[in-house]
Ligand binder design. Sequence first.
Ligand code: SF4
Ligand SMILES: [Zn+2]
Length: 297
Amino acid sequence: MKIKIMELTDRHLKCIIQDATPAFVNSLRRVLLSELPKMAIHEVEFHLGPIRDRETGKMFESMAPLFDEIIAHRLGMLPVPTDTRLFNFKAECVCGGEGCPNCRIMFVLNKHGPCTVFSGDLEAISGDAAGEVTNYAIIEDLIPIVRLNEHEALLIYATAIMGRANDHAKWQVCDSVGYKFFPHITIDDKLCDNGGGCIDICPKDVLGFNTKGNLAVKNLLQCDLCNACVEICEPRPEGGKSKGNMIKAIRVEGKNDMFIFTMDTDGSYTAKDAFEAALDILEKKYQDFRESISTMK
Ligand code: SF4
Ligand SMILES: [Zn+2]
């Protein structure tokens, strides 16, 4: 199998996967969507009662225009940067599930109205076992959580733990994960009348005329195999003869062992790390499967 990276940014990856099966590429898609371990806020504790602003001494009520559950849900969906080398799943941690710097990150949020509370207002107050806390700021700092009015305030303690999207969407790392068969377009110059109907109907601007005025493929990777160009093409006798098998000048097929694969992350992983982690998980699954088959009698 060969993988050729076409586009790579922090959160986006597009590649061509060659010599693979649809089953494999679909497994990769499913692992990216649901099996990557990720840190996400899982427990939220709301301070109740009055809150004093330390700087001004002014008193506020612990309240917000939204229910606590809605605020907690919004906090859960924030992308917490995840380094899986630093954290364990809580249930598998040396602390026996009690919670410790090896399996959780704690955040505090302390805001007084009037203001909009943003994701960037969450401050990490504990980090990994080495005491490093500065790396865990929420990736996007301008995600709005709630708008506080005059005299309203929020003092929240939140705990992030590792999980998988199999259990809840807050642990989902990737979105827009998909693939399509690599397109293969053939144009029979003898049959094509260069009328341009296929160029106009193509929704992806794949086709055009070359410098000689003949129909040509301009932008192959954009083709989504919709077949609109084939449908509009008038069938003509094969080989450009006056009679014979009626065929079309343009043919579009998807290669069934070659794929264009795209994915994006929410920022908790880089796209490269997510892709590599998914390949490692798949490899381990195949190994386990191979071993369990070999022990079958
Ligand atoms: S199959 Fe669809 S997207 Fe591809 S070239 Fe034809 S019209 Fe364009
Ligand atoms: Zn622990």
